[in-house]
Design a protein around this ligand. Structure first.
Ligand SMILES: [Zn+2]
Length: 116
C-alpha cells in the first residue's frame, strides 16, 4: 500500500491540450507552465539597419516554449546567412524578412512584419 493509493494524488495529471499524462506531454510551455503553441505567440519580424547593414530581427517568441537556438540554426540555413538566438527571438544578418515571415507562418505562427 502506497501512501497515496486511492487518493487523487495517485491519478496521473494530464495535459489540458493533448490529454497525455504530463510526463509524456510534449506541448510547448511558457515560464508559468502554461501551454504556449505557435499560434499563441504573436511573433514579429523587423528589418533594422545597423552600421549600414540590414539585420532581420525576429521577436515576440516565448523563450520557454520555443527552442530558440534550434530556430536560429534553421533560419541561418534557410537564409544562408549568419545569425543568433536572442532573448525572445532570433537575429539574422541581411534582409530576409519576407522569407522568414513565410517560414514562420507555415509553422503556424501568426507572424507579422513590424517597423519599416
Ligand atoms: Zn500536452
Amino acid at each position: 500500500m502506497g501512501l497515496f493509493d486511492g487518493t487523487p494524488l495517485d491519478q496521473p495529471v494530464t495535459c489540458e491540450v493533448c490529454a497525455q499524462p504530463l510526463k509524456q506531454c510534449r506541448c510547448p510551455r511558457d515560464g508559468q507552465g502554461k501551454v504556449s503553441l505557435p499560434k499563441d505567440q504573436p511573433v514579429r519580424v523587423q528589418r533594422e539597419k545597423r552600421r549600414g547593414k540590414w539585420v532581420t530581427v525576429v521577436f515576440g517568441l516565448d523563450p520557454h516554449a520555443t527552442d530558440l537556438p534550434a530556430l536560429a540554426k534553421e533560419l541561418r540555413a534557410t537564409c544562408a546567412a549568419g545569425g543568433t538566438a536572442t532573448e525572445d527571438g532570433v537575429e539574422i544578418q541581411g534582409d530576409h524578412r519576407d522569407r522568414i515571415l513565410d517560414m514562420l507562418r507555415h509553422r503556424g505562427y501568426p507572424a507579422k512584419a513590424a517597423g519599416g
